[in-house]
Design a protein around this ligand. Structure first.
Ligand code: NAD
Length: 258
């Protein structure tokens, strides 16, 4: 059913760990060639090597235009171009707004929002130059639809991702380029482990009680796995979603915050 993906080339940012690594694995399983692009260049190289020699690992800092341009250019040189961008790199931290420093705000906005702008712009320029019907899937968050306490700076950056995705999708639809984003809930990754520790401290609970609270908020009764998100990204990247664009698709096991 996903046979048409075989041989397509993808860039996955933040692909060395967590959700990004699961996306890279799903793309590999579908027969795609994957460029794993991550701030942690060593981990990106290792992850790509584990998938196989047809894949590549590259260093990227999605906050920096020069880094994005150089990384994407290296993919063009190695793969001859690319068809799919999964813009997934992201960071979080948990603080009350009254305690937020400028640096907290800037860090979240730079990685999560500016990183989406820079990577999406580079991909769209490539697709247009090659006259290619490319696909972009951004990783937003349920916190991009609902303002999450202690995560105001993160929520603001993810609302930006949802708005940017909708706007860009409408701009490039006439060229056959599709742009969507996924909104995961409570996903079991390194980011979540760090958030559990922060939240336990802020709410004066044990980490185990915080995790149980996440599960209690999830109608499907378990924590989300990175693969749950990655399968949805694969769907959006495929022709099965050929008439889907500008969407922010929840992948949460039914968690709703509104
Ligand atoms: P993670 O921390 O496990 O992995 C993030 C990856 O991004 C790491 O490999 C890291 O090195 C990389 N990265 C960080 N800054 C970067 C930069 N400037 N340039 C390039 N790469 C960078 O996180 P995760 O949980 O897998 O999160 C992936 C995405 O999913 C993020 O956008 C996150 O906001 C989003 N998300 C996560 C959850 C969750 O519960 N874990 C929920 C909703 C949305």
């Amino acid at each position: 059913m996903l046979e048409e993906l075989r041989g397509r080339r993808a860039i996955v940012t933040g692909g060395a760990a967590g959700i990004g690594l699961a996306i890279a694995r799903q793309f590999h399983a579908a027969g795609m060639r994957v460029a794993i692009a991550d701030l942690d260049a060593a981990a990106a190289g290792k992850a790509a090597a584990e998938l196989g020699p047809e894949h590549m690992g590259i260093a990227i800092d999605v906050r920096e235009r020069a880094s994005v341009v150089q990384a994407f250019e290296s993919v063009v040189q190695r793969f001859g171009g690319y068809d799919v961008l999964a813009a997934n790199a992201g960071v979080s931290s948990m603080k009350l707004v009254v305690d937020l420093a400028d640096a907290d705000w800037d860090f979240n906005m730079d990685v999560n929002a500016k990183g989406i702008f820079l990577t999406n712009q580079a991909a769209v320029r490539h697709f247009l130059a090659e006259n290619r019907k490319g696909v972009i899937v951004n990783t937003a968050s349920l916190a991009g639809k609902w303002g999450a306490p202690w995560l105001a700076h993160y929520s603001a950056s993810k609302f930006a991702v949802v708005g940017f995705t909708q706007a860009l999708a409408r701009e490039v639809a006439e060229h056959g380029i599709r742009v969507n984003c996924v909104c995961p809930g409570f996903v079991r990754t390194g980011m979540q482990s760090r958030e559990v520790e922060w939240e336990a401290s802020l709410r004066q609970m044990t980490p185990e009680a915080v995790v149980q609270d996440y599960i209690n908020q999830t109608p499907m009764g378990r924590l989300e796995e990175p693969e749950d998100v990655a399968k949805t990204v694969l769907f959006l990247a495929s022709d099965l979603a050929g008439f889907v664009t500008g969407e922010a698709l929840n992948v949460t096991g039914g968690v709703r915050m509104d």
